[in-house]
Write a protein that binds this ligand. Structure first.
Ligand SMILES: Nc1ncnc2c1ncn2[C@@H]1O[C@H](COP(=O)(O)OP(=O)(O)O)[C@@H](O)[C@H]1O
Ligand SMILES: [Mg+2]
Length: 275
């Protein structure tokens, strides 16, 4: 059993249409899983169901072997952190330090123990020099880094990013992706990245593809990304690097298949050096 196991989950907002229907999946402890799907496919609903923010209609949810019940709710919530899409909606403090402190205060961490924890996690997201700054003065990427530090300070076992980079400019997106990947490499935390952007799939361990409230594909990135027709039928397309490889192949340039942009650049450099 994975750290998260979901069986036959159903949920409806209006008792007519199913926002989530017959969803089953399992997420391995310590893995980096991407849940990808077009807008409205039910991804955020799944995240809210996992946190017990919405109540399932039927099915089962297990977090770390605990069934998600009213009784276990607090225990389960303490295991999961979530970072949302809009960094401006997650700010409450007048300084970055206050902001990271917010969750700790809620957990009644004594004042004198707070500072070292705040410093540790501000450092992790490279925001130490901004600890006394006002959050509103930060860039989108910096705001999301603060939000991540605040969530990490609660020491969750599972961290969910729900479109956490989608409102950021390209630089902010890159900053956050790097923070997330570094986190995954340096710790045993389980990461779930929710996105509608197929470009984000390549670097994960496992992928869950959702369409119209259902899980339609699960597998490794290389298995998923090669199902071009199916992805396009779900309005997901394939990554730019794969499109470029196809175009190169059509023009007689044969390189080893790779799913990442970095891999493609490597292959092209090797190809060029042989010429
Ligand atoms: N608060 C809500 N009330 C009613 N319907 C909702 C609500 N939130 C989402 N939905 C509907 O549920 C479906 C799944 O939405 P959502 O989980 O937000 O999708 P995603 O995160 O993949 O974009 C969509 O059809 C959406 O319109
Ligand atoms: Mg969503």
């Amino acid at each position: 059993m994975g750290i998260i196991t979901v069986k036959n989950l159903d949920f409806s907002y209006d008792n007519e249409t199913m926002a989530v229907h017959g969803v089953s999946f399992s997420i391995e402890k310590g893995s980096y899983t991407t849940i990808v799907g077009h807008n409205g496919s039910g991804k955020s609903t799944i995240a809210k169901l996992l946190l017990g923010l919405l109540e399932k209609k039927s099915g089962e949810i297990f977090i770390d072997d605990l069934p998600l019940t009213q009784e276990n709710l607090q225990k389960i919530r303490s295991k999961i952190g979530i970072v949302f899409q809009n960094p401006d909606n997650q700010f409450i403090g007048s300084t970055v330090r206050d902001d990271i402190a917010f969750g700790l205060e809620n957990h009644q961490v004594p004042q004198q123990e707070m500072d070292p924890i705040i410093d540790e996690f501000a450092k992790k997201v490279k925001m130490t020099e901004f600890l006394n700054s006002e959050p509103i003065k930060l860039s989108g990427g910096q705001k999301q880094r603060v939000a991540i530090a605040g969530v990490l300070a609660m020491k969750p076992e599972i961290l969910i990013f729900d479109e956490a980079t989608s409102m950021l400019d390209p630089q902010g997106k890159d900053e956050i992706k790097k923070v997330i990947h570094d986190l995954h490499e340096d710790s045993t935390i389980t990461i779930i990245s929710i996105t509608h952007d197929i470009e984000e799939v390549a670097k994960s361990d496992d992928v869950i593809v959702m369409d119209k409230g259902k899980v339609v594909l699960t597998g490794k990135p290389e298995e998923i990304l090669l199902k071009e027709k199916q992805l396009i039928s779900m309005k997901l397309d394939i990554p730019f690097s794969l499109k470029l490889q196809k175009a190169l192949k059509t023009n007689g340039i044969k390189i080893k298949e790779t799913i990442t942009m970095e891999g493609l650049v490597d292959e092209l450099c090797q190809y060029a050096s042989k010429k």
